[in-house]
Design a protein around this ligand. Structure first.
Ligand code: ATP
Ligand code: MN
Length: 507
């Protein structure tokens, strides 16, 4: 059996390939089947004269998603998907599919999410899952090459790490327990034993609202490095993100093309230098007091709002013209369907703009203008800032009140914590949170009290400061947010095979 992905090695040769029928077109004496086998897609040509009547009729009536085995010759054909074509000599049906619920026409997101187990077979989802796989592999490559040790942190935990509001509670042999929100504290312990480590595991947060960037269950990569300060931490983050982006550009070309991802920005990221801003500078940019490349956020947002309105007007005009053509009549059925389809597409695009930019921009402007210095940046603030950049932005020197209890205070300016958030460009926002860890045991104890966390649960953690405390730093990258940005998706739900989020536990 040959995989479609290996067809380039089989040009002119006979192969056997097994897969599913994803699309079919019938013409006189020919059936064109698009076969997918997981490794790729290929057009297979079934010719009545070659396969005979019985097989031809079978191919003609075969429904979408039926599984089959094809024998035939591989021919190069640049015009076809994947660059090859299969001339079928023989076909065996493995299983005839029932009527498939997902067709080529537009489906609503809820319908697709309810059919996630099937939706995963479509080409876009195939491409996203493959980019995710590529990213995971590249992440391991980076850290292994840099001599980090991979470790697994526990999933059952006895205490909160990030803030008690998003804890999922469960039971552990009749005692209360929580699903982990982060492996960081355990990562710190391992870093004191191993030097440089990274976790790569599932994390759970009971996010109480629907957003396009929050899942309830997501995968986090959390490196922790002994003897690193926040400077070195930021250098590591930058090298890491560039490495992964470069690897994806190299190894996921076909997938990025399917996703229509504009790769110019990714190429800039792989070669460029990230912007590093203090929290103060970021707030000035947010509020429009400081320009980026000669433009302020507020000006830019106002221009974008005007453009969104113009886009809608243009599309409405186009619809009107098309409806007039239809009204005149005398159009062939094929052409008529084509025009009607185009009108549907335009209407959907208008709806997207109305529900997206048109609704959001005024809210973004308002929250940017009203942002109060000292607060944490919210999702829309991050969007406003990162829409101004085509390269990731690292924000450091945060007010210590908005950061976790373990974040190191700046000795020169105790109001500040040595944290860093990395915001992905193009409006994506936070993908990494990290920083240097507090080494002063007494400060940690007072912080634990201030955050109203149970002291007993942190005694083991305080031991790390009692026995050979050293400066150390680390960060956490959310895998799905990273995938979402690299693929330029509208919503995080498509980045993971079976998303778990507010309102979604099935399938
Ligand atoms: P946000 O403010 O956006 O909720 P956070 O400050 O809670 O993020 P951290 O606690 O710093 O995030 O977690 C580290 C990283 O984990 C984030 O930068 C992000 O990439 C990812 N992350 C956090 N919460 C979620 C979530 N609910 N779904 C997916 N990824 C998440
Ligand atoms: Mn959060």
């Amino acid at each position: 059996m040959t995989q479609i992905a290996d067809f380039h090695k089989e040009e002119g040769k006979q192969v056997k390939v097994k897969g599913w029928l994803t699309n079919k077109r019938i013409s006189k004496g020919l059936v064109f089947i698009v076969l997918r086998d997981g490794s790729g897609f290929v057009q297979a040509v079934v010719d009545l004269n070659t396969v005979g009547n019985e097989s031809f009729e079978q191919a003609k009536s075969l429904p979408q998603e039926s599984s089959l085995e094809l024998y035939g010759k591989v021919l190069k054909d640049e015009k076809q998907i994947g660059g090859y074509e299969l001339q079928v000599e023989k076909l065996n049906i493995i299983s005839v599919a029932e009527e498939y619920p997902i067709s080529n026409k537009a489906h609503g997101t809820d319908f697709l999410m309810n059919n996630r187990h099937l939706w995963l077979r479509s080409k876009r989802q195939w491409a996203i899952m493959r980019v995710r796989n590529n990213i995971i592999f590249a992440i391991h490559k980076f850290f292994q090459k840099e001599k980090f040790m991979q470790m697994d942190a526990p999933i059952f935990t006895g205490n909160a790490c990030e803030g008690t509001t998003t804890l999922f509670s469960t039971e552990f042999y009749e005692n209360p327990a929580y699903l982990t929100q982060s492996g960081q504290l355990y990562g710190e312990a391992m870093a004191m034993a191993m030097g440089k480590i990274y976790t790569f595991g599932p994390t759970f947060r009971a996010e109480l609202s629907k957003t396009r960037r929050h899942l309830s269950e997501f995968w986090m990569i959390e490196p922790e490095m002994a003897f690193y300060d926040n400077e070195k931490n930021m250098d590591t983050i930058e090298a890491f993100i560039k490495f992964v982006v470069t690897d994806v550009l190299e190894n996921s070309k076909e997938e990025l093309k399917i996703l229509e991802r504009n790769i110019d920005t990714l190429e800039k990221v792989s070669k460029g230098t990230f912007s590093r801003l203090t929290y103060d500078e970021a707030v000035d940019i947010l509020k429009g007091k400081k320009a980026v490349n000669g433009k302020t956020t507020i000006e830019t947002l106002e221009q974008d709002l005007a453009k969104a309105k113009q886009d809608i007007a243009d599309k409405q005009n186009e619809i009107k013209e098309k409806e007039e053509i239809i009204a005149k009549g005398g159009i062939k059925k094929g052409k008529l369907n084509f025009i009607k389809n185009k009108i549907d597409v335009l209407k959907n695009e208008i709806k997207d703009i109305e529900e997206g930019l048109l609704k959001n921009i005024p809210q973004w402007i308002e929250s940017a203008q009203n942002f109060e210095y000292g607060n944490d940046l919210g999702g829309s603030d991050e969007t406003v800032i990162t829409r101004m950049f085509d390269i990731p932005v690292m924000i450091y020197n945060w007010p210590h009140e908005v950061k976790a209890f373990y974040m190191k205070r700046d000795a020169e300016n105790p109001n500040l914590a040595k944290g860093v958030d990395v915001l992905a460009p193009e409006g994506y926002g936070e993908i990494v949170g990290g920083g240097e860890r507090e080494t002063d045991k007494d400060l940690l104890i007072s912080k634990i009290k201030e955050h109203e966390l149970p002291m007993e649960a942190f005694e083991w953690y305080l031991d790390l400061r009692r026995f050979g405390s050293v400066p150390h730093a680390g960060f956490g990258l959310g895998l799905e947010r990273f995938v979402s940005w690299i693929c330029k998706l509208k919503h995080i739900r498509e980045t993971i095979p079976f998303p778990r989020m507010y309102g979604r536990l099935f399938p």
